[in-house]
Design a protein around this ligand. Sequence first.
Ligand SMILES: N[C@@H](CCC(=O)N[C@@H](CS)C(=O)NCC(=O)O)C(=O)O
Length: 230
Amino acid sequence: MASHMKPLVLHAHAHASGPNPVKIAIALEALKVPYVVKPWNFGDDPETGVKGAEFLKINENGRVPALEDPTTGVTAWESGACMNYLRRVYDPGNTIGPPGSSAQDLVDFEKWEYFLLTTLGPMTGQLNWFKHFNSQRNDNAQQRYVAQTYRCYDVLEGQLQKSDGTSILPTRVTTVDFHFEPWVRGHTFAGLSLENYPMIHKWLGLMGAREDVQEAYAKIRNSTNIVKSA
Ligand SMILES: N[C@@H](CCC(=O)N[C@@H](CS)C(=O)NCC(=O)O)C(=O)O
């Protein structure tokens, strides 16, 4: 990357517990794009909270990730939009985008991206909510989201068989893998097991061994410029 470019600002959660900012950090690491992580608390503290006035100026939806690029003046939020911005602007050689260029290749890329964004991610998110955060115990809701998340794992397991567990789209790792990585890595927090998912287990091991993945987690975990705790 050009040495004169200003680092991008990745807005993330202060305690690195949310999966969505991690995806974007992995892509930034993979592309060797300079960035800093700005951590925010959950909640509505006006200065430090994702639902507070300062952060709502960046993302009116009050969620992380958000991504600011001082070189181009672009602000993005929604991890899918952040990811595709990075691909368009910082991956001219298409090293982490669709592995092929046919109409089918492009649809394949998008369908797995959307499957994570609309289905596996939200089902796991709801499971985490009912398991860890809902003020009332609701076994019925929890069971539904366990079943739905495992159903997504079934689908992912089948897809990974095509590459013998090396990448979600056959032939190479793409941003689709980056989208799935933190959600699947969080399976233990969600109370799920990979015992019946050998391909997912293998893929997660390979992803976790990558330098860009390790750096992404470390950088978000070590981000400290938060003003105060909520
Ligand atoms: N669809 C959004 C989801 C973003 C999201 O839910 N982020 C979580 C952290 S992983 C968050 O900011 N939660 C704080 C809140 O809901 O107040 C995306 O893909 O970026």
